[in-house]
Each structure stands twice: as structure tokens, then as C-alpha cells.
Design a binder for this molecule. Structure first.
Ligand code: AMP
Ligand code: FE
Ligand code: FE
Ligand code: ZN
Length: 271
């Protein structure tokens, strides 16, 4: 039996690991099916596909898409799509461009609030990938304006905090249709993190999302079982992953979630 981790971030979004490091570490921890699901970015897939093949790791194309549903932020994971299809890439490129403008706006706000950081440093930390609040947070920590990344979120960057700038998001039906049009499937990321999740999860499945991420460090065993049943009842499937961001988060989670390949038919059959 092989095991999968289908939720991982690299420095192409707000993780700190390189794609190669992710492949090596996953293998070391007994995981040989990997999906790197960077926010708004598929670059890791192209970068590391040949290496993954060489190392006997099945790499699945993936991305984590920020969507809006009734004013709530919902993350939708996309899997096993044709990564070379320009329709998805074009849309993601737009999101990455607006993320860069938003980064500059946050830097301006922080300067006005008395927490000066260099825009160039934030861009360096993002390294050409999807620029996000974690990069701004790391620059704040480096400059001594915050004790940690989570301190920076609590104090300045979290939703509603003084340096917060909202970002553009997908409508969930647009995300689902786009991913489907390029041959992929979708899953509701970390379902229990949304305030209205009990009502939301069944509704999103009925609206066309294909799966629920029931294995995730922040989804406890009870909810995991419950949502696995909700999915099964509707003829949908389940996914899972560690949501590892390397050192960008207080805890590194790679290896803590192992999904048996037998659950992943609808993804594996698309490869
Ligand atoms: P963004 O997409 O730029 O709005 O940034 C959201 C990302 O920030 C999430 O994907 C998480 O990785 C990270 N994040 C959100 N809240 C926190 C927090 N309180 N502490 C640390 N990281 C966070
Ligand atoms: Fe993230
Ligand atoms: Fe997420
Ligand atoms: Zn994630």
C-alpha cells in the first residue's frame, strides 16, 4: 500500500521548502504520492516532475484556490488537471499579479503605521511565487517589528487588523468549472476551519465540488468521520494532506498525514 500527502506548500507560495526538499522529505517519511498545492501557483509541478519520477514519487498536479462563498473565505484544492492547459494558468497569473499589488499596499500601510519594511525584501521572500501575508509577516519579524509570524498576524495582518488588505478571490462555481474544464477535480480544504462549515460542506458538494479534505492536522477524528460520511453519501470522495508550510508555520507537519492510495481512485485514474 502506498501513502499520499495531497496538501503541501513550497516557496512558490508561502511555504519555505523547495519542491525538491518536499519530495525528499516525503519519501523519507514513507509518502510516495505527493501533490504540491501552492496557493495560486502550479510552478512546483513543472519544476519537480522529472525529479519526482526519478525518485519513484507520483507527483499530482495541484493548487490551492482562495474562493469566496457568501462573504466567507473558502479554500478549494484542485487536483490532477492538465497543468499545461493555459486556461488555468492564465487565471492564476492574474491572481498572482493582484497579490503583488496587494503586497505593496500592505507595505505602505505598515510604513504609515510605524512598522517600516522594504517592499523589495517582501518580494525576495516571495521569490517570484504567489506573494502572501506570510511573506509580509516574515519581513516584519526580520525587521524586529513582530516576535513571530503568528504575532504579526495577530497584531497587524489578520483579517480586520490595521495592515490587512483583502485579496481577490474566485467565486467557487468559477473555480469548480475552470478546474473541471482542464480535466481536474476539486476538494474542500480543511473543512472545519470555516465558521459555518456544517451547512457549507454539504452545500459545496451539492454545488459540484468532488471531495472533502477529511485528513488534515486541524480536522479532528470525529469531524473527519462525519465528513467522510457526508461525502460518501453523495457519491463524492475524500482527500487529505499535512498542509505543511515548512518553517513558515510554528509546526512542521509533513509526514503527519498519510492517506492510503486506495481512497484516491478519482485522482489516480486521471494521471
Ligand atoms: P494570504 O493568502 O496572503 O491572505 O495569506 C493566507 C495564508 O497565511 C494562509 O494560507 C496561511 O498559510 C497563513 N496564515 C493565515 N493566518 C495565519 C496565522 N494566524 N498565523 C500564521 N500564518 C497564517
Ligand atoms: Fe498558506
Ligand atoms: Fe488553506
Ligand atoms: Zn494550504
Amino acid at each position: 500500500m502506498r501513502y499520499a500527502d495531497l496538501h503541501l506548500h513550497t516557496y512558490h507560495s508561502d511555504g519555505t521548502r523547495s519542491p525538491r526538499e518536499v519530495i525528499d522529505l516525503a519519501r523519507e517519511r514513507g509518502i510516495t504520492i505527493v501533490a504540491i498545492s501552492d496557493h495560486d501557483n502550479v510552478a512546483a509541478y513543472f519544476e519537480i516532475k522529472p525529479y519526482a519520477n526519478e525518485r519513484g514519487v507520483t507527483l499530482i498536479s495541484a493548487a490551492e484556490l482562495s474562493c469566496i462563498v457568501d462573504g466567507h473565505d473558502v479554500h478549494i484544492l484542485a487536483y490532477a488537471f492538465d497543468a499545461a492547459d493555459e486556461r488555468l494558468e492564465q487565471r492564476l497569473r492574474q491572481f498572482r499579479a493582484t497579490r503583488e499589488r496587494r503586497g505593496a499596499q500592505m507595505v505602505e500601510k505598515l510604513r504609515a503605521l510605524g512598522y517600516p519594511i522594504e517592499r523589495r525584501r517582501v518580494e525576495q521572500l516571495a521569490a517570484g511565487g504567489a506573494l502572501g501575508r506570510p511573506h509580509v509577516a516574515r519581513a516584519l519579524v526580520e525587521a524586529g517589528h513582530a516576535g513571530s509570524v503568528s504575532d504579526a498576524f495577530d497584531k497587524l495582518l489578520g483579517s480586520g487588523k490595521p495592515a490587512f488588505v483583502d485579496k481577490e478571490r474566485f467565486r467557487v462555481d468559477e473555480a469548480v468549472a475552470l478546474v473541471r474544464s482542464v480535466g481536474g477535480v476539486t476538494s474542500i480544504a480543511h473543512p472545519t476551519l470555516y465558521p459555518n462549515h456544517e451547512e457549507l460542506v454539504p452545500r459545496l458538494l451539492d454545488a459540484g465540488v468532488d471531495a472533502v479534505e477529511v485528513f488534515h492536522p486541524k480536522v479532528d477524528a470525529e469531524w473527519s468521520e462525519r465528513y467522510a460520511n457526508v461525502a460518501r453519501f453523495r457519491g463524492k470522495f475524500v482527500t487529505g494532506g499535512s498542509d505543511d508550510h515548512g518553517a513558515a508555520k510554528e509546526i512542521e507537519t509533513l509526514g503527519t498525514v498519510r492517506v492510503p492510495e486506495s481512497l484516491l481512485g478519482p485522482i489516480l485514474e486521471r494521471l
